[in-house]
Design a protein. Structure first.
Length: 244
């Protein structure tokens, strides 16, 4: 007699994240605080297995039904933190979404406080993971202002790569956009992303980064979206970035 396939199950926190209710870390916190009920019973274990039909309720929010998928692109200003909250009280990207009536959205990848430009946000965690997974090699393109005068040797070194703190850092593509008296702009494309990748790469090569602007992810350009503004992605844009 053949066994029927087992029903896939996920931990409580991951289930809430996959449904686009909140981030996984937020779900873990809610569970540990006793604010989540499964079929009427309080469950404090974030790894409690959920097989699908169970009713999940969150205190103050009601039933945790899967939210409709939302996909946004934002032009993040410099100085804004990509975080749901900041212990130092700094402005976050979520302050730019206030009053829009949107469900919980998570940032797709990193963009540090000093960096600016294209940032994706979505509650579709599978779609987001396909973009950020190093195995999919979705390219990210940046315009980078550096102090000094990089030349062809600099570009060659960026493409060849360096090692910083034991980590290999290289650019997938690089080109000089324009040169001034004291600084220059480069276009740099990464097909993988490590923490402060471009800043560390340029520092090893002797250049301080003055501005770093992400201008494209895959085939999606930042375009003319004003700084601090956001818009919904079109269906075709969402599809073009889908890797899972």
């Amino acid at each position: 007699m053949r066994k029927s396939p087992s029903t896939p199950s996920f931990g409580l926190a991951r289930t809430l994240s996959k449904r686009g209710i909140c981030s996984r870390s937020q779900a873990e916190k809610l569970a540990r605080e006793g604010r989540v009920r499964v079929d009427g019973k309080v469950v404090r274990d974030p790894e409690f297995r959920i097989r699908g039909p169970e009713r999940i309720d969150i205190e103050g929010a009601g039933a945790a039904e899967a939210a409709a998928p939302v996909y946004l692109v934002m032009n993040k200003p410099r100085g804004i933190v990509v975080s749901a909250s900041d212990e130092r009280g700094r402005d976050t990207v979520y302050s730019l979404l206030e009053g829009a009536g949107l469900p919980w959205l998570g940032p797709v990848g990193r963009l540090d406080k000093a960096s600016e430009g294209l940032l994706l946000l979505s509650n579709d965690t599978v779609w987001a993971a396909g973009i950020t997974d190093p195995a999919t090699h979705v390219p990210k393109t940046y315009h980078v202002q550096v102090a000094g005068h990089p030349d062809e040797n600099t570009i060659e070194a960026m493409l060849k790569g360096v090692v910083d703190e034991g980590e290999p850092l290289r650019a997938g593509a690089a080109a000089l956009l324009r040169q001034g008296e004291k600084n220059a702009w480069l276009e740099v494309t990464l097909d993988e992303g490590r923490n402060r990748h471009i800043r560390r790469l340029m520092q090893v090569l002797g250049f301080d980064v003055q501005r770093l602007v992400r201008v494209a992810i895959g085939e999606l350009p930042l375009g003319e979206l004003p700084k601090g503004q956001w818009r919904h992605l079109t269906d075709s844009e969402v599809a073009a970035l889908r890797r899972r």
